[in-house]
Design a protein around this ligand. Structure first.
Ligand SMILES: Cc1ncc(COP(=O)(O)O)c(C=O)c1O
Length: 439
């Protein structure tokens, strides 16, 4: 019994020491934040592990168990320094909009990134044909030849690079690809560099993988030391296309720490200005593509990734152990869409331009201040009203006019802005109502 009592005491002592360690972690975290130092310092960790290993040997302990306890301590230190982010203000608006629809109210969706157009007819025909032919079984995670060939031809032309089908893999949407790549390329506590304003999807991914987020708007210095830097050009929400010289600056920052650049090319086909593909100027760049935006295939859940072969191979393995494969009939549909891509895109670009013109004409001379986006589906105007609060405004606009927009705070420190999907299927009705609300 005495021994049992002693075990209890020692166990409680361990937790007392754990508490003391966490208090120390919190004070060092404050210093790191003030000095802009990264959460993880691998050299410090390695030297601490060496000392722990020696101690474990002296005590005659099982090394594997010591390793597990050590990993637990390191991971709780990281968790204390990398805050979890919530669902986000844009999700609140989206959920409320959906709830209002269920109550039978008419809602104009200008808050989501869903374009007015759908896929080309050929995609639907290919989908039905494929299902009828019985292509409804498991398939290889690396993808089907028709899709891979069409996609590699498409991006080779679009980006002016030579992409072979073996350097490309289909994914169930590009968001999943971003998640998969981030989890493959980083360890908990690593830095991920983002450019502001930022699509909130990246924050959700970083938060669920326990990554430290650093961000920069113009000066990319703050992104040094990132394991992965994410670029989105044209950007969601502000439609900015980074110039070649800005990208070269970014590449210089990335190469110094051997970082990967993940180029989120969701809007690559929807640029009004010339854009430089990052994959053209940096070896460690990975291009993540979506069929959701230019091809209007949001519900099909298909995207694709091209980049260094070893990354693409690992991604195919990641798919094999998670989703197995993108359904073959979906790949057939997307392959058919890409095969008629030039024709489809000419129509889409015309529609995009006329919807942008409509939004500009309606929203000029209102309290919204914005410049023409370089590309994409959105306007990200500043609202020139005293004490404007983007979330409060978005809530009220939804309740009073049934118009849903995304509040600026969802994209970073932008409480004076809102994001408006001018190319939404509700654009022609919703934008005049937004104008009325601002009158
Ligand atoms: C910048 C950006 N990346 C990725 C996605 C995800 O697109 P999907 O998963 O439909 O391919 C979106 C969707 O809104 C986006 O805006």
């Amino acid at each position: 019994m005495e021994v049992r009592e002693r075990i209890r005491e020692v166990t409680l002592k361990i937790f007392e020491l754990y508490g003391e360690r966490m208090r120390l972690v919190n004070s060092i975290a404050r210093v790191k934040r003030e000095k802009g130092l990264p959460v993880r310092d691998r050299e410090v960790e390695a030297s601490l592990w060496e000392a722990v290993k020696r101690k474990c040997q002296e005590e005659g302990l099982n090394e594997r168990n010591c390793e597990r306890m050590f990993a637990l301590l390191i991971s709780s230190s990281i968790e204390a320094q990398v805050p979890k982010s919530g669902a986000g203000a844009h999700i609140e608006i989206f959920r409320r909009a959906k709830a209002m629809e269920r109550e039978g109210r008419k809602v104009y969706h200008l808050e989501v990134g869903e374009p007015a157009w759908g896929p080309p007819e050929e995609a639907l025909e290919a989908l039905f044909d494929s299902v009828r032919k019985g292509e409804i079984r498991y398939g290889p995670s690396t993808g089907l030849p028709r899709f891979k060939e069409a996609a590699s031809r498409w991006v080779s032309r679009r980006d002016g690079v030579d992409v072979g089908p073996d350097s490309l893999v289909p994914t169930p949407g590009s968001k999943f690809a971003l998640f998969a790549l981030m989890s493959m390329l980083t360890d908990k506590g690593d830095r991920v560099g983002l450019i502001r304003p930022t699509w909130p999807g990246y924050l959700g991914i970083a938060s669920s993988l326990g990554l430290e987020v650093v961000s920069a708007e113009e000066d990319f210095e703050a992104l040094r030391g990132s394991r992965v830097i994410v670029v989105c050009s044209p950007n969601n929400p502000d439609g900015r296309v980074l110039s070649r010289s800005q990208l070269e600056e970014l590449v210089e920052v990335a190469s110094e720490s051997n970082s990967y650049i993940v180029s989120d090319d969701a809007y690559a086909e929807l640029s009004f200005v010339e854009r430089t593909p990052v994959t053209k100027i940096y070896e460690r760049a990975i291009s993540v593509n979506s069929m959701s935006k230019a091809f209007g295939m949001t519900g099909f859940r298909i995207g694709y990734v091209y980049g260094p072969k070893e990354v693409v191979d690992s991604l195919a393995k990641f798919l094999a152990v998670t989703v197995t494969n993108v359904p073959e009939f979906i790949q057939e549909a997307a392959g058919a869409a890409l095969e008629v891509g030039e024709k489809h895109l000419a129509q889409v670009r015309e529609r995009l331009s006329s919807m942008l013109r409509f939004a500009e004409e309606n929203l000029k001379n209102t309290k919204l201040e914005f410049k023409r986006p370089d590309g994409g589906l959105y306007l990200f105007p500043r609202v020139e009203l005293d004490g404007f609060d983007s979330l409060q405004f978005s809530r009220e606009l939804l309740e009073k006019k049934g118009v849903a927009v995304a509040p600026g705070i969802a994209f970073g420190p932008y409480p004076d802005r809102i994001r408006v999907t001018f190319a939404s299927m509700h654009g022609y009705e919703g934008i005049p109502l937004l104008k009325e609300a601002l009158a």
